[in-house]
Design a protein around this ligand. Structure first.
Ligand code: O2Y
Ligand code: MN
Length: 613
């Protein structure tokens, strides 16, 4: 039984899984949002399978979800979004800190009072004719020192089902709230109220969009979009923007990173967290199939890592999510066989193409394009159509525990000890294949100034270099310079144990004079990881350069690679003039950020330039 919208809320759902809370603050807030948005029903989500199945049945009925062929893709569905609601909207994403300075120059700041008044207008009766779902969720496993709780209110059943995959949702989170935990308020509406008798559309949304964050009060308000990062508020909004502000205040780190466990043939184990801007193969790395015999990579997370210093002074990490919301195009048996296996069933695909036998397809999935498909907009498609069959930002939503390489520890509340941190970018020249930072402060500098060349003309000029500090440009919920200072302060605290993770920078994308990529990438990246692990063990030296320590050519395992010595030298080469001009270019970012840039970052910039002469 769902309840009607009034001030006395019975807390029950349709399956006799009674969901009860004694937390008055939560009950009051739900009532307040219901009074504002005027939904037809209120449903508290318990995270049960029957609840998920009922919501899926509802969405199949409303044509929000298209069931796929159960023999080819069991228990899987395709959603087609409104063509105007296909990705995160950075221009409509706001950090509403009390002071503009606290948002910093890389965020869209908006005055919080003004934003609250705008949102209050937009949310007034925004859920009319719809069910308001209350989703308690955990970011992180029960019992971890960094696990945090949220409650998302939404009028989208697609969001409920997706949050059920991406987070620990329902009763499990309500129990933590019941035990007295603080929780983050996240309000979401597609912004499409229904008049009595009005038929719904498959993907309701609104052309006006606001994804607003209030870091001081730890609140998120999202209006107008049902897509991914705009609507699944546990992910970018909570686990990065709000959590980064919490982490700054509480002394931990919320970062846009993947997390893996590497095991060498000799049984040496290392846990590596890595931050890459988009289109640098972060998910492929998280699910790497190493080409070197005897090496294994196990997946702990593909997108977000929370890190803290434990009682022994060690940096530990965990992935706060429970699912992957991965980009489909480009994913194939060749590029990421593990992802392909993960997607065998129980997957919701959004904006991919539909094959004539009821399966999914996207650009890059197969070498040959199918002769006929239904494209992501629902239109008949053939290779001659001249348009992509799947939207370039089409996605799969699937549970991590379906991933064949998932390490059992992915949900261990103790997390794992971080041995190395990697920053990277897509650079056709200048940056070598790999370099190790000379110190924690230099590593912070490498993260702060990391950059990548644009791969899509739609995002700006193709090939243009874009600085993306810590791959957090759209995700730090506070001033970017303060974020760097926070990293430096973590380094200060690690000094007590002296157990610093080593910091590396990688560039898989360097090109030779002929314009071709010099490095094969994918499973061969294990060769670089092998060198890193030898550095951790202290069994290899290196060559000092202005951007850190490079491998000696003979120390990089190139056995079995079809790579000539000239190319191997080229990919490890550092040209002082190039590095100097890159460091001078990075000063533009530092100057734009201004007063909050820590002195240490300026010093590392100066030292880089000095080492070039
Ligand atoms: O467009 C979206 O809403 C998805 S954005 C996304 C999804 C999964 C992992 N990372 C990202 C990202 O933009 O970094
Ligand atoms: Mn991401």
């Amino acid at each position: 039984m769902t309840t009607t919208s009034n001030d006395s809320l019975t807390i029950a759902d349709g399956h006799a899984h009674v969901v009860a809370t004694t937390r008055k603050d939560l009950l009051d807030w739900v009532a307040e949002i219901a009074r504002l948005t005027k939904p037809m029903n209120i449903q508290w989500c318990d995270g049960s399978l029957s609840e998920r199945q009922d919501l899926i049945a509802l969405m199949v009925e409303s044509e929000t979800l298209i069931p796929l062929n159960g023999e080819l893709r069991p228990n899987s569905f395709l959603a087609r979004s409104n063509p105007d609601d296909v990705a995160r909207v950075e221009g409509r994403t706001f950090i509403c800190s009390e002071s503009e300075k606290d948002a910093g120059p890389t965020n869209n700041w908006h005055d919080p009072d003004d934003m609250r008044s705008t949102l209050s207008g937009l949310f007034t009766e925004s859920m009319r004719g719809r069910t308001m779902y209350v989703i308690p969720f955990l970011m992180g496993p029960v019992g971890s020192p960094v696990t945090r709780v949220g409650v998302e209110i939404t009028d989208s059943p697609y969001v409920v089902v997706s949050m059920g995959t991406m987070t620990r949702m329902g009763r499990i989170a309500l129990d933590v709230i019941e035990s007295g935990a603080d929780w983050v308020k996240a309000v979401h509406s597609v912004g499409a109220p229904l008049e009595a008798g009005e038929a719904d559309v498959a993907w309701p949304c609104n052309s006006t969009k606001y994804i607003s964050h209030f870091p001081e009060s730890r609140e998120i308000w999202s209006f107008g979009s049902a897509y991914g990062g705009n609507a699944l508020l546990g992910k970018k909004s909570f686990a990065l923007r709000i959590a980064s502000a919490m982490a700054r205040d509480e002394g931990w780190l919320a970062e846009h990173m993947m997390l893996v466990r590497i095991t060498s043939p000799e049984g040496q184990v290392a846990h590596i967290a890595a931050a890459f801007p988009s289109a640098c193969g972060k998910t492929n790395f998280a699910m790497m199939q190493p080409t070197l015999p005897g090496w294994t990579v196990e997946t702990l997370g593909d997108d977000i890592v929370w890190m803290w210093i434990d009682e022994n002074g060690l940096l530990r990490a965990l992935n706060p999510e429970a699912g992957f919301f991965g980009v489909a195009p480009g994913t194939s048996e060749a590029t990421n066989p593990v992802a392909i296996q993960t997607l065998w069933g129980n997957t919701i695909f959004t904006n991919v193409a539909l094959t004539d036998n009821g399966d999914v397809w996207w650009e890059g999935l197969t070498k040959e394009k199918p002769a006929h498909l239904t494209d992501w907009t629902g239109k008949s498609w053939s290779p001659e159509s001249g348009t992509p069959a799947a939207h370039p930002n089409s996605r799969f939503t699937v549970a991590i525990d379906q991933c064949p390489t998932a390490a059992p520890e992915w949900s261990d509340p103790r997390g794992v000890v971080v041995d190395a941190i990697i920053f990277g970018g897509r650079r056709s020249h200048t940056m070598p294949l790999v370099t190790e930072a000379r110190s924690w402060a230099h590593g912070v500098y490498l993260g702060a100034t990391m950059a990548s060349e644009r791969t899509a003309a739609a995002e700006g000029t193709l090939g243009e270099l874009r600085r993306d500090p810590f791959a957090m440009a759209p995700f730090t919920g506070y001033n970017v310079g303060d974020h760097w200072a926070h990293w430096l302060s973590i380094g200060e605290r690690l000094r007590v144990s002296g157990r610093f993770p080593r910091i590396f920078h990688v560039n898989w994308f360097r090109r030779g004079d002929d314009g071709q990529f010099l490095w094969p990438g994918f499973g061969d990246n294990i060769r670089v990881v092998k060198w890193m692990m030898e550095r951790l063990q202290g069994t290899v030296g290196g060559v000092v350069s202005p951007v850190g320590t490079l491998p000696k050519l003979g120390d990089l395992d190139l056995h079995g690679l079809d790579m000539d010595v000239a190319d191997a030298n080229a990919i490890l080469s550092v040209d002082g003039a190039d590095i100097e001009s890159d460091a001078v270019d990075a000063q533009t970012l530092l100057t734009t950020i201004g007063a909050t840039v820590p002195d240490e970052v300026w010093s590392e910039n100066a030292e880089t330039i000095e080492l070039c002469s």
